[in-house]
Design a protein around this ligand. Structure first.
Ligand code: ADP
Ligand code: ADP
Ligand code: ZN
Length: 211
């Protein structure tokens, strides 16, 4: 398996928003553990039932569940050229497990201050048809209620994108996920990106990592 890339940062940092362009540049498929878990919850699988409780409270889903999902995902044939992990790993045990099964060549860490995180998450909505990510103020549809990418008018807002849950998700990030920063930095893999700028400016800083 070729080397993978990790997108790292607090909830709402813009990982999903930037992922599409990185996929275009690198050809590595995006793997979002959040999307995988939401699909399992929607299907009502056993795994989905376990995940639901944790996701609703804003806490992290147990490491063994996440590691199991990733182990399955990397068996797919499109993982051969490496993957773009979005929202994984989120704990040191997850990173240690990943290290054993897939090489990582680069960690792109997007930093955004906590108040912007709350503002971003509370205005987020997504096209139900194609997954394009929007924001009421920062990234509205060009034509109101019509997806720029696919023309659909069917949009969803995540149940956990409320101010109360966002605060819990931020605590989980600061307590359990942010220690990964120095862990990856010590391995010389961490690339810091200031995410407190417009979407195109952030995309440019990320693109500069690939020149
Ligand atoms: P993450 O995947 O890190 O949780 P998203 O990409 O879903 O974050 O972005 C969270 C929200 O913030 C979305 O509504 C998105 O449109 C918006 N957003 C993303 N990047 C920026 C940015 N640079 N400036 C302002 N809003 C942004
Ligand atoms: P965000 O937009 O906040 O970055 P995600 O879609 O990545 O959110 O994740 C949503 C929820 O799914 C998290 O709050 C957490 O409960 C769960 N989750 C996603 N990825 C992981 C992971 N790698 N480890 C543990 N829990 C996860
Ligand atoms: Zn769409």
């Amino acid at each position: 398996m070729d080397s993978s890339i990790v997108l790292f940062g607090p909830p709402g940092a813009g990982k999903g928003t930037q992922a599409g362009r990185i996929v275009e540049t690198t050809g590595k498929p995006q793997v979002s553990t959040g999307d995988m878990l939401r699909a399992a919850v929607a299907e009502g699988t056993e795994l989905g039932k376990i995940a639901k409780v944790h996701m609703e409270s804003g806490g992290l889903v147990p490491d063994e569940v996440i590691i199991g999902l990733i182990k399955e995902r990397i068996k797919d044939s499109d993982a051969e050229g490496g993957l773009l992990f979005d929202g994984f790993p989120r704990t040191i045990p997850q990173a240690e497990a990943l290290e054993k099964i897939a090489p990582v060549s680069m960690v792109i860490a997007i930093y955004v201050n906590d108040e912007s995180v709350v503002e971003r998450i509370c205005g987020r909505f997504t096209c139900a048809a194609c997954g394009e990510v929007y924001h009421d103020v920062f990234r509205p549809c060009l034509v109101e209620s019509v997806c720029d990418s696919c023309g659909s008018s069917d949009f969803t807002r995540r149940a956990d994108d409320s101010e109360e849950t966002v605060r819990a998700r931020l605590s989980a990030y600061h307590e359990q996920t942010s220690p990964l920063e120095s862990w990856y930095d010590a391995k010389g893999l961490l690339h810091r990106i200031d995410g407190n700028h417009g979407i195109d400016d952030v995309a440019l800083s990320i693109a500069n990592l690939f020149v």
